[in-house]
Design a protein around this ligand. Sequence first.
Ligand SMILES: Cc1cc2nc3c(=O)[nH]c(=O)nc-3n(C[C@H](O)[C@H](O)[C@H](O)COP(=O)(O)OP(=O)(O)OC[C@H]3O[C@@H](n4cnc5c(N)ncnc54)[C@H](O)[C@@H]3O)c2cc1C
Ligand SMILES: *[C@@H]1O[C@H](CO)[C@@H](O)[C@H](O)[C@H]1NC(C)=O
Ligand SMILES: *[C@@H]1O[C@H](CO)[C@@H](O)[C@H](O)[C@H]1NC(C)=O
Length: 532
Amino acid sequence: MSVKKVAVIGAGVSGLGAIKSCLEEGLEPICFEKSNDIGGLWRYEETPQSGSPGIYKSLTCNTSKEMTAFSDYPMPDHYPNYLHHSKMMEYLRLYASHFELTEHIQFQTKVCSVRKRPDFSSSGQWDVVVEADGKQKTYIFDGVMICIGQYSEKYLPLQDFPGINKFRGKYLHSWDYKHPYDFVGKRVVVIGIGNSGADVAGEISRVAEQVFLSTRQGAWIWTRVWDNGNPMDAALFTRYNRAVQKFSPTFLINRWTENKLNRRFNHSNYGLQAKHRFLILPSTLSDDLPSHIITGRVLIKPNVKEFIETSVIFEDGTKENIDAVVFATGYTLSFPFLEDEAILDSQHTLFKSVFPPQLEKPTLAFIGLLQPVGAIIPTSELQSRWVVQVFAGLKKLPSESGMMADINRRKWKIAKQFVKSPRVSHRVQYIDYMDEIASEIGVKPNLFSLLLWDPKLAIEMFFGPCSPYQFRLQGPGIWTGARTAILTQRDRILKPLRTRVLKQSEASSCSLFWIKSICVVICLFIFMLVTI
Ligand SMILES: Cc1cc2nc3c(=O)[nH]c(=O)nc-3n(C[C@H](O)[C@H](O)[C@H](O)COP(=O)(O)OP(=O)(O)OC[C@H]3O[C@@H](n4cnc5c(N)ncnc54)[C@H](O)[C@@H]3O)c2cc1C
Ligand SMILES: *[C@@H]1O[C@H](CO)[C@@H](O)[C@H](O)[C@H]1NC(C)=O
Ligand SMILES: *[C@@H]1O[C@H](CO)[C@@H](O)[C@H](O)[C@H]1NC(C)=O
């Protein structure tokens, strides 16, 4: 049989993982990237092209390095835990050159259309039309992986803001926001309290005369720096916590978390009190918003009622003179090259957020289209590892009705867990989703047998950060460095902080080890009961 050819659309983090997975499985990838470089969202540009991701100069990861890395390529140990976007680009370049991915990418080549071939129902093949240098070219592919990201098309709901066309100040979307210099001495409203809104408001407030942050719903604010200074995701996203969470009623988790977040600052006194419980909507990650509020540089306001020429009236009737508005209102999804609506409906119905259920052949996949409560890189990488197994014919998908049943089950669960909102239709619990996809291809770690054969590893895997290396211990794509990577992850977390070395006495942790071992046996048993 000839080698299967796969089109990878986009060379952002999802595209890079997709190329690597194809190579790992012996498929032949060609990646089309419309810009002239890898990195997608993480490549900062002063004036990005419309339809490309746009980020601000100060953007720093909200997921920590041990949780964000590709599963067989830990970040260098001296990297800080939360990377600036330029450092993230550095890592992506290391990854691409280590696995020799760049030679499979055609830059400045835009995919214009992806269509089924006439014999699709037997061949499963696609016609892919690309444009480079103003010339079009058609390729035939056995599989297509769509990795175009979800932060390129601005969502700017101007119709919800009466009077905006009479407003004489300037307004822009957070996509266009690059740095605070344009706002020196200005009075600014930032609309929306997602991660970008909180970041942008805080940054502008250092130089502006006054910043107002307008929010309809409020938000729960959590921080990168968690207890004892550990990275938040590394501290919270552990298998142990997930097991406890599964065991506890939702209201208890909500109460515990909300109390904890309120201990840092009382959300209702700070005007941030959310209308929803903690688990319902994504929370906002901001280490310094409370300090901008307590110093008065940022004032929290309700929704904007209307704009008039030089001012804004909020829903509480207050009126403020305003020079500029930043809409941090998020993004919409679009797939301009998919003309056939039968491939993807308007609801983006996808089997496990990857495969369109109604295709005769499973030869098209969406990578990185979901919103894990956690990092994207390892999630989209694992999706790619599954997809290439399906493309290669090594794994089968259920029938269309089987997939639809699973989709409906998930929709129901999401409606119960989160809230009905387009923002959360692809939201997943990180560990659950990783385990689910890993089970499809037999790379889900077996903690029980590890506990017998390698208790030290099992304990770190259960109580420690659920890092991506856990999915390289067995099965296809096994990586011999995975065990060491897990056992040394805490060293890599501490390394970049140890820039002023102090003498420490090494405490013996022997008895602690046995106490932990006993705990882990009990917990694993409970965990099994709960997950099966
Ligand atoms: C402000 C912000 C902060 C974030 N912080 C984090 C974080 O800390 N951690 C985390 O895990 N996630 C974070 N995310 C999520 C982020 O989307 C992912 O980390 C990741 O960048 C997604 O990568 P991607 O490859 O899926 O998409 P992108 O990075 O958007 O890459 C898509 C690529 O596809 C190309 N492309 C698009 N259309 C075509 C076409 N028709 N033909 C050819 N090429 C095309 C684009 O040029 C681009 O290079 C953040 C997102 C935002 C907006
Ligand atoms: C926050 O402060 C208000 C008083 O302004 C008080 O009623 C409320 O109990 C406080 N919340 C918490 C969680 O302490
Ligand atoms: C990180 O930021 C992106 C974009 O705003 C968001 O989708 C994601 O949920 C954030 N992750 C965390 C852990 O806060």
